[in-house]
Design a protein around this ligand. Structure first.
Ligand code: HEC
Ligand code: HEC
Length: 316
């Protein structure tokens, strides 16, 4: 009798169905919503960027592409200026690694005197820190184009060279003539496109090796410079400056590694000395660009200034 006032809440079959559906459906809907919520940031599909043309292209791009060139198509040659700007300027614009500097007639005069064919040949085969073909492959720039770049550079430094003969399709390309016997042999090797890859690598490695040597010299600097510069302090300042220069600074400044103003290069130093000498001292003491503070040594301030004086005097 006590149950009489509490009527069961479900009285009709319709209410029963509704209660069952609600009992199952509500938790499931909540779970689905939670799952969406958790997964929110990583969803891909309609309505996201995942199906944009760019994203689909990126996902479905082939792993390797074949670049087909028509061997018979007339080849479009780059001009000497274009080759110079794309390749040679990396070293020749600044004179890095001892390269003859662009438009610097002094750097070029002796080389120009050797004649165009010698320069062309040396540019193809490499010379000292100059990598064969400036480090490019014969597929990128033909002998002819390298020759154009040589003429462009030399002519901008006072030469009056003619451009090398333009290759005629179907005929072997002309290479530098008049070089010595051995040189001519390697010249034709280069002309046939058979320059061994290791040759180019070795030569560009030489330029890299020079920079690496400078860095290695730097790494040794703090240990070796400390006692010596202490000893040098008692000697007169110019001796100390020269000693520190020889121990530390010349690693970069002798050859102009990393674009350091070269020892004795009036032009390079004149530009620097437009600043008051105290500013120049400060660059040497605290570093500037690739120039490490005190050249990477722990020499005294006085010795570093003396080394600057020594370098500045050598460029007067
Ligand atoms: C990695 C730096 C570097 C690049 C890039 C480079 N050169 Fe040089 N180049 C040098 C250096 C260093 C020398 C000086 C070599 C020597 O006299 O020992 C030099 C010298 C030369 C010479 C004079 C050779 C001689 O007989 O005295 C020519 C010509 C020349 N380069 C042409 C080129 C051309 C053309 C390019 C571009 C296709 C180029 N270089 C790119 C570093 C470079
Ligand atoms: C690791 C190579 C390296 C060493 C070692 C080195 N320098 Fe330099 N130095 C440079 C470079 C690179 C520059 C050019 C920096 C620039 O202009 O961005 C430079 C520039 C300078 C300048 C000119 C700053 C200016 O623009 O007025 C002075 C002065 C100088 N160095 C002094 C020294 C002295 C002194 C030592 C030895 C104690 C030394 N350097 C050792 C790389 C070096």
């Amino acid at each position: 009798m006590s149950e009489a006032p509490h009527g069961a809440p479900i009285k009709t079959p319709g209410q029963l169905i509704a209660a069952v559906i609600a009992g199952f459906a509500v938790p499931i809907i909540i779970i689905i919503l939670l799952a969406y919520y958790v997964d929110n940031s990583t969803r891909t599909g309609a309505g996201t960027d995942g199906l944009s043309d760019a994203a689909v292209d990126a996902r479905t791009a082939p792993l390797a592409k074949v670049d087909i060139r028509d061997a018979n198509a007339p080849r479009v040659y780059k001009t000497g200026e274009e080759v110079y700007k794309a390749v040679c300027s990396a070293c020749h614009a600044s004179g890095a690694a001892g390269a003859p500097k662009f438009t610097n007639a002094g750097d070029w005069a002796a080389r120009i005197a050797a004649g165009f064919d010698t320069l062309w040949h040396n540019a193809l085969t490499g010379k000292g820190a100059m990598p064969a073909r400036g480090g490019t492959s014969p597929d990128d720039y033909s002998d002819y184009e390298i020759g154009l770049a040589v003429a462009y550079m030399a002519n901008n430094a006072g030469a009056k060279f003619e451009d090398p003969p333009k290759p005629v399709p179907g005929q072997p390309a002309a290479g530098p003539a008049g070089a010595s016997g051995a040189a001519a042999a390697s010249g034709t090797e280069a002309a046939s496109g058979a320059t061994p890859a290791s040759g180019a690598e070795g030569a560009s490695g030489a330029a890299g090796a020079q920079a690496a040597a400078a860095m290695a010299a730097m790494a040794n600097v703090p240990q070796s410079a400390a006692p010596a510069s202490g000893a040098a302090q008692s000697a007169d300042a110019s001796q100390a400056g020269k000693a520190l220069y020889q121990q530390v600074c010349q690693a970069c400044h002798a050859a102009g590694v990393l674009n350091a103003p070269k020892f004795g290069d009036k032009e390079a130093w004149a530009a620097r000395l437009k600043d008051p000498i105290d500013t120049v001292y400060n660059y040497a003491l605290h570093g500037k660009g690739a120039m490490p503070p005190k050249g990477g040594s722990n020499a005294s301030d006085a010795d570093v200034k003396a080394a600057v004086d020594y370098m500045v005097n050598a460029a007067k």
